[in-house]
Design a protein around this ligand. Sequence first.
Ligand code: SAM
Length: 285
Amino acid sequence: MDKLSNPQVTIETIKKYDFAFQKKFGQNFLIDEHVLNKIIRAAGVTKEDMVLEIGPGFGTMTQYLAESARQVVAIEIDKALIPVLNETLSDYDNVTVINDDILKVDIKKLVDERNGGRPVKVVANLPYYITTPIIMGLLEGHVPVDNITVMVQKEVAQRMQAGPGTKDYGALSLAVQYYAKPYIAANVPPNCFIPRPNVGSAVIRLDLFDKPPVEVIDEKLMFQIIRASFNQRRKTLQNSVVNGGVPVTKDQVVAALNEMGLSETIRGEALTLAEFAKLSDCLSA
Ligand code: SAM
């Protein structure tokens, strides 16, 4: 049987199973061989690897992953896709499909049980409605992960990769860059999917750090400051931090900015991750 990356095979599979795409599950299936090869290459999957795939759909990318990895574990929420996957993946004996919601799975336990706690690679064409909770869950949950290579909405990829002073820079950029080094590997147009999404997409790879690139005394406080700064990004940092419910006074923020040699009227969008860490340390002292 030809691979599902051949659009004709995907169309025949839709007909055979009378499959109805579920918008609520963010179902846009890949039908472009070139893009699939690019994702596998970007992820750097080898025969040593266990790959965790989130949302295999019809198993289009799973087929490529099964050929490159030692083992693939794919987690799919939609029950209707399980019989399809049983057929499309029947040629591969190194794939396990689990019918579950990725946000409810204990991924750390799964990696312990199936890969002896060694780091896995996460590869996925993500359901866009839960991109951020999935990625932040993997990063903040301290799951043993080598790298995460995922298709996401183009704007989200740009936000993850953005640096200070750019319009895309925000809380997501800083949260991601505290745990990983992002790299956009490809931009992918809507015509590479069935059905076509109404947004552009991009493949982003996140290489996880062994330890964060900055040291901070109180991680929780730093992220509270970051979130408050970008909730009101047009306001000065001192106003948005105090209005945003961070338990500090305006005088304390001003004193910290002075100590750091930063302007009292600076906005959060101008600060680097290292500066947010320093500000947080000054305020927690
Ligand atoms: N990997 C397939 C491909 O590239 O053709 C499908 C990708 S599609 C964008 C996203 C997939 O994630 C769908 O199969 C959808 O049913 C599944 N999905 C959505 N929400 C999920 C969740 N919470 N847990 C696991 N899978 C989910």
